[in-house]
Design a protein around this ligand. Structure first.
Ligand SMILES: [Zn+2]
Length: 334
């Protein structure tokens, strides 16, 4: 994954390339910004550039992508590069042997259960940080979803990010910098990742061959991130299949939600997000005062619907009510 392939993050990429060139790398970096804008991919590109065996990499700050080190990092098999996320943690927690029958299923279940990066996982990775790099390059320790570390985990990490050994760098990735412990934040060099433009999202969807029916439309409703675009794709599909805009639409769209509560909640939220974006677009473009007022009221109502889905209310019921409340407004989605 060369930096050149991380679209829309030129500022962050050029900072990281400069660090590779000078080899003056802070002990800990904090990559922050919305989900789905390239933070994890930038961390991997940085790990490759730091460990690339091609001497040119040092000059350009860009990995070759072809040498043994680059390839091992791409395959997550490089001994000096560790990427901690919920999947990594689940692998530590699954009791079954990985070669035994039913391991994959058990792992999937375990991944779905994860909500926090816990203290045992942090101890596992801090132990790794103390071992000497075997490849002769840099030790790179990446923690995704760093905002989910509870106090014990964060405290276990503190002294390790404060003074990492020579040629060791920690990268903490988060979508909620504001909720993280100040003691962690003060030890990390922050690096912002901006939301992507719709054009950029569309390019990424097309380049990666994402399975979306209308990349243009999904990009418009993406909220500036690729994961947002994929969520929007599902929401648009639900609205389309449920004949949005027809009298039977509200009930039919709600009936299309998943039977699993957690998934149904996420789907309903995604549909509301698309509708909020559409309402907002009409409100900003509109000039007819009475309609502007109606749109504004609808927007307020929809924020409330979104909040109530998070509570103990049936997502189908909230979604149906929300859609019914749009009756007569003639909101353009597609
Ligand atoms: Zn290389």
């Amino acid at each position: 994954m060369p930096f050149a392939d991380i679209l829309g993050q030129e500022k962050a990429s050029s900072y990281l390339k400069k660090l590779v060139g000078t080899q003056k790398v802070p002990g800990a970096l904090l990559f922050y910004g919305p989900d789905g804008v390239g933070k994890a991919r930038a961390a991997m590109a940085f790990a490759q550039a730091l460990n690339c065996l091609d001497p040119q990499a040092r000059q350009t700050g860009e990995a070759c992508g072809l040498c043994a080190a680059c390839q091992a990092i791409a395959k997550s098999t490089h001994p000096d590069v560790t990427f901690v996320d919920f999947a990594y943690q689940a692998r530590l927690e699954v009791k079954k042997d990985f070669s035994s029958k039913g391991y994959e299923e058990e792992l999937e279940k375990e991944i779905a259960k994860q909500q926090h990066i816990n203290v045992d996982t942090i101890r596992d990775v801090t132990a790794k940080s103390q071992q000497k790099a075997v490849g002769g390059g840099w030790k790179v320790l990446i923690i995704d979803q760093a905002q989910t570390m509870q106090a014990a985990a964060a405290n276990a990490l503190l002294k390790f990010i404060e003074e990492p050994p020579y040629k060791t760098v920690w990268i903490l990735i988060t979508n909620k910098r504001a909720t993280m412990l100040k003691t962690i934040l003060s030890r990390c060099q922050p690096l912002a990742f901006a939301p992507l433009t719709p054009d950029c999202v569309k390019q990424i969807l097309t380049r990666t061959g994402a399975d979306v029916p209308d990349a243009d439309l999904c990009a418009q409703y993406s909220g500036g991130s690729v994961s947002g675009a994929l969520k929007a794709a599902e929401a648009l599909e639900l609205l389309k299949n449920g004949d949005f805009g027809t009298p039977q639409g509200p009930a039919a769209v709600a009936a299309g939600l998943s039977r699993t509560l957690v998934t149904a909640r996420q789907e309903a939220q995604a549909v509301l997000d698309v509708l909020i974006a559409a309402l907002h677009r009409e409100w900003t473009a509109g000039t007819d005062l009475p309609r502007q007022r109606t749109l504004q009221e609808a927007l307020k109502r929809f924020e409330n619907y979104k909040r109530s889905i998070g509570r103990n209310v049936s997502p189908a019921l909230v979604l149906e009510t929300a859609l019914m409340s749009l009756d007569g407004l003639n909101v353009q989605i597609f």
